[in-house]
Design a protein around this ligand. Sequence first.
Ligand code: URP
Ligand code: ZN
Ligand code: ZN
Ligand code: ZN
Length: 486
Amino acid sequence: AAFDLVVRNARVITAADEMHCDIGVKDGRIMQMGAGLAGGTREIDAQGRAVTPGGVDAHCHLEEITSGPVRMADDFDTGTRAAACGGTTTVIPFAAQQKGHSLRAAVEEYRQRAAGRAHVDYAFHMIVTDPTPEVLERELPALIAEGFTSFKIYMTYDALKLDDGQILDVLSVARAHGAMAMVHAENAECIAWLTRKLEAAGRTAPRFHAVARPMLVEREATHRAISLAELVDVPILIVHVSGREAVEQIRWARSKGLKIFAETCPQYLFLTSEDLGLDDSYEGAKCVCSPPPRDSANQEVIWDGLNDGLFSVFSSDHAPFRWDGEQGKRPQGQEVAFGRIPNGIPGIETRMPLLWSQGVLAGRMTPQRFVELTSTGPAKAYGLHPRKGCIAIGADADLVIWQEGDFTLTNGMLHHNVDYTPYEGMQFKAWPAMTIARGQVLWDGRHFTPAPGHGQLLACGEPSLLAERARFTHRYRPQCTADDGC
Ligand code: URP
Ligand code: ZN
Ligand code: ZN
Ligand code: ZN
């Protein structure tokens, strides 16, 4: 046969276009597209259904070591299995440096965790928590050169946060070496102060998590991150933007020509602070994440930002903690004060079907924009485009065939290792009928075919989003170092 696989009669959707054609796959790559292609060893009839590039989930936490005693529920097996069943064929989890340890050691450790276990391709963002001279001058530049071209920095969480001077140091390295810096923007001191006040007043129920992290702590940190990036003259990407006040800061920065990119997540479209509880019940712990979900007016602001190009990336921020059992939201069955509830919610499998259902099929988003946000944008942001994030000749054959049909979500339908979903009972209008990763069918709409080790570590190039500089007043100069006086 001419091809290993031919997907026939596809309504191919890319970030720019729509075309009806067959897709011929050979050796895991798209080799030809057109009408009436020659035969394949395997033939799949898409029956005119929408076919999009496989999702790139550029923000998910798998088997990550947290500061507390609680363990994350998903490893590279269950996490990438759930990803595939939800239409995601590339994940970018984190390799987190621990303070006092080397960054290189963290990358090696996480590489070993994933090796031979992942079902879909993966890359890593580094998390820089301890920017020692060794890290800044040697480890980080070397790791960027080896294909780890993005890292996350935190402005909150004691175990993770950097002060402003440290942030300037690491942003300078991103500028000099062409890496994308992702910023978790929340003001740590304000959160700590509010948490102390609330706890002293006995207000410890999950719903007070949102009271301790009001929009202004995100707004202030977002503005500060923008200012630090402006000082160094380097693009940054603000992650998990939750609502209007942070969006306003980013719009203001972009109107000045600053190179500020942004990501948001399903929880800011589909949850509100009411999901943390209207009363003091503990059930709301299931939706504790940071920043917290806001309200319906803020959801509208996020929809607008997704549609008008403010956001480049739509990620899950999958941070899987179980509800019951030793390791989770109720550790040893204990209801703990909100400040000790592990932050994060599962969503790696629901990310794409939620946005296809409530965005594309509800008439709130074009299918092209859906592809841009869930696949092409993240691939460009993190140096994986055009191998990932597009349906084009030579690209990896990562494809999702979409099937329409109404159903109500229950956690039992999902493949993660978490015993609840924040989206239990929600109406869906679509789900992947098939997920194909480098030419291999992992999910056929009913069954997952395990392929441990099929997922390979991807070397990331320089993020092409960094080069989208024409719209900016200042040219991005990757050869510069912060102290060369330019
Ligand atoms: O609450 C969240 N989002 N936990 C995951 C870690 C992070 O900051 O993204
Ligand atoms: Zn974060
Ligand atoms: Zn996260
Ligand atoms: Zn220079």
